[in-house]
Design a binder for this molecule. Structure first.
Ligand code: HAM
Length: 425
């Protein structure tokens, strides 16, 4: 057995953490400043939440679920969550959130699991950040949520982003769309890939975003879904686009954007790099799901949300060499020499830390040279050298690691001295 992670999952090593912190800071600061509240959801749920919520005919439910079932304990099957919107709907019902001030605005962050074929930007465990607004039906809310998404991605300093947008209408429009799509493809069913031949009876709209080469010629001239919108859904979509125009958000109408989850109604959208195909490489996607809460047994609750894929965003941040702030490490390094200084160094270390200094020390090194070398690698501003003589004299040597100069300071005055020096920087 090789010592390695399973296919499609990976460790996030310390050197990667600055990207994650950068992203999470932007996400959390933006969302909380707009009044979203954080919710943490479990990593596994009863299968039916997703089966019913996402749709039995979807690839996610058909092919990508990880089952956890322990037959001795649970009657119903447990699965690792492939996404969190269905969980949010479950939580909304379970906690009676319809009694909370409306609309309910929630955000979340965490790993999702899909048994996909691992490839660039596609993993079996991947992280999403997401946010949902439950209880608001208007296009004004759609525009707010898309505007908010745009602002978050703008803060990441990525270039050439665009929103791809479509409307899937309400239940009635969807029935019309499915009928139209079946009509169009059934005549030439055998020109479709084997998966799409099955989709034709199970989930016809998904044919529109099939990536198989075989299907492309037929897809080119497929009829536009927007033609099936009823008056009210058409109005909703038109208003959404007008609000986006007011915000000067660049968008492309993509009449083939159907998304991979069945709960969507009306507005659907993805954020992509211009020129890269949505779904293959979307940096995030979302849309309205006005029927989901009711479908899972709650009251009718119009809702809209979005989720972004962290790994894909970080990949772009690296590709574009976006500058991200370094994580703050220690600023001071305590070097101790000899038995007496060693005995006194731990209380000194923790007292300085309690006084607010970012300070560390070497654990497995004894010589001055090796400890100073570690201080240098840690990139601290100051090293404190605490030897036998200093321990007896109640003094300490403060070495400026950048300038290479050092001074002996009375231990009593060390706090004030360091504070002043830090402020000078
Ligand atoms: P989704 O489009 O399935 O939507 O996923 C959102 C984003 O997660 C994708 O755009 C992509 O960036 C990332 N992602 C998805 N699958 C993978 C994967 N296998 N590996 C790496 N990244 C991946 C949803 O999950 C919906 N719950 C979004 C939503 C929220 N709709 C309404 N509210």
């Amino acid at each position: 057995m090789e010592i390695q992670t399973p296919r499609g999952v990976f460790d996030i090593l310390p050197e990667e953490q600055k990207y994650w912190r950068f992203l999470l800071n932007i996400i959390e600061n933006t969302l909380s400043s707009f009044g979203f509240q954080k919710i943490d959801l479990p990593l596994f749920e009863y299968n039916f939440i997703f089966e019913k919520g996402i749709g039995e005919g979807t690839d996610v439910v058909q092919k990508e679920m990880f089952y956890l079932s322990r037959k001795d304990e649970e009657e119903k099957e447990l699965v690792l969550r492939p996404e969190s919107t269905a969980q949010i709907a479950r939580a909304y019902i379970e906690h009676g959130m319809h009694t909370w001030p409306s609309p309910v605005k929630l955000y979340y962050f965490g790993p999702m699991f899909r048994y996909d074929r691992p490839q660039k930007g596609r993993f079996r465990q991947f992280y999403q950040f997401g946010y949902e607004i439950l209880g608001a039906p208007d296009s004004f809310t759609d525009a707010f949520l898309i505007g908010l998404t745009w602002e978050i991605y703008k803060k990441l300093n990525l270039s050439n982003l665009i929103i791809e947008i479509n409307s899937l209408g309400c239940k009635n429009c969807r029935t019309k769309m499915e009928k139209m799509i079946v009509e169009y493809f059934k005549r030439e069913k055998f020109l479709l890939c084997p998966d799409c031949q099955i989709r034709l009876s199970k989930n016809p709209l998904r044919i529109l975003d099939c990536k198989n080469e075989k299907c492309q010629p037929l897809l080119e001239s497929a009829p536009a879904l927007l033609d099936c919108l009823c008056d009210s859904c058409r109005e909703h979509f038109k208003n959404t686009l007008e609000y986006l125009d007011d915000l000067a958000i660049p968008y492309d109408l993509n009449p083939k954007l159907v998304r991979g989850l069945d709960y969507y109604t009306k507005t659907t959208f993805e954020i992509v790099k211009k020129g890269e195909k949505a779904r293959m490489s979307a940096l995030g996607g979302g849309g309205r799901y006005d029927d989901l809460v009711e479908l899972l047994g709650g009251r009718p609750t119009p809702a809209i949300g979005f989720a972004g894929g962290i790994e894909r965003i970080i990949e772009k941040i690296k590709e574009e060499k976006v500058e991200v702030p370094k994580l703050l490490g220690p600023e001071i390094f305590l070097v101790q020499l000899g038995e007496l200084a060693r005995r006194k160094s731990l209380p000194l270390l923790f007292n300085l830390w309690k006084a607010g200094f970012k300070i560390t020390l070497a654990l497995n090194k004894e010589s001055l040279k090796s400890q100073l070398k570690e201080a240098d690698k840690t990139k601290v501003k100051f090293a404190l050298i605490y030897g036998q003589r200093e321990a007896l004299d109640k003094t300490i040597i403060v070495r400026n690691m950048v300038e290479g100069i050092q001074e002996t300071i009375e231990l009593e005055k060390l706090g004030d001295y360091l504070k002043k020096k830090m402020e000078e920087k």
